[in-house]
Write a protein that binds this ligand. Structure first.
Ligand SMILES: *[C@@H]1O[C@H](CO)[C@@H](O)[C@H](O)[C@H]1NC(C)=O
Ligand SMILES: [Cu+2]
Length: 225
């Protein structure tokens, strides 16, 4: 029974690890809890439609506030950028060094700052991710306010998640003064995660189906133990 059991365990691992590109948790994303993953490759905000006259805004403290996302790939590079443009059409400023996340799961930076003179203005924070399957984007519409905020208890990194600061010219090009063109993510990135990208299945395509399969495998697996 051992081989079958380990096969099922492998299947379980596969199904539980094959999910989202990445999702933004804090600040509140434009699409709320209803992110359309298929639109996530669209710059500058994925499926979110940036328009300060319509979007819900949350406060972001220029002296330091948290930015929290979940990654569904084993590794990706992230750029945190922001603009005061009312439709997020350009003028992107970098808010935090480009960070390379290794391992799937939660990543939260408790202290991300914005230019002090932005306090009292409205704008967008956009997270640009260079993933094995291309660029991915999410945005939040925010009121930039003065002062700093303590990160909430929910601001944690996954236990196996690590971060390191890296150079990524493909992401730097997405800043004002960058080339502005969308070239493919850096080659080192794609090669190091090539095997994993082959496993990617958009979770939007069969959310209930894969859940049902996972549930069935849990039941089967439990029966065999
Ligand atoms: C998560 O990891 C990053 C990168 O190492 C680090 O800068 C950050 O402070 C960590 N977040 C928390 C909540 O400890
Ligand atoms: Cu992806």
């Amino acid at each position: 029974m051992a081989p079958l059991r380990s096969l099922l365990a492998a299947g379980l691992f596969l199904f539980s690890s094959v999910n989202a590109h990445f999702s933004l948790d804090t600040p509140k994303p434009l699409e709320g809890d209803n992110m359309n993953e298929e639109l996530e490759p669209n710059a500058p905000c994925g499926g979110g439609v940036p328009d300060l006259s319509k979007n819900d805004l949350t406060d972001f403290h220029v002296g330091g506030d948290s930015v929290h996302w979940q990654l569904g790939h084993p590794q990706a590079n992230f750029l945190v950028r922001a603009t005061l443009d009312s439709k997020a059409e350009g003028k992107w400023t970098q808010l935090f060094p480009i960070v390379q996340q290794s391992f799937r799961g939660d990543f939260c930076e408790p202290v991300v700052t914005a230019p002090k003179e932005w306090a009292g203005k409205k704008g967008f924070i956009s997270i640009a991710c260079a993933a094995p399957d291309g660029f991915l984007f999410q945005c939040a519409a925010v009121n930039f306010v003065s002062g700093s905020a303590d990160a909430p208890k929910s601001c944690t990194n996954g236990t196996q998640v690590t971060g390191s600061f890296v150079n990524d010219a493909s992401l730097t090009a997405l800043l004002d003064g960058g080339s502005g063109t969308t070239t493919s993510p850096s080659p080192s990135q794609s090669t190091s995660t090539g095997a994993a990208s082959a496993l990617y299945i958009p979770s939007g395509s069969l959310p209930l189906g894969s859940l049902a399969v996972t549930a069935a495998m849990v039941v089967l697996g439990a029966a065999l133990l």
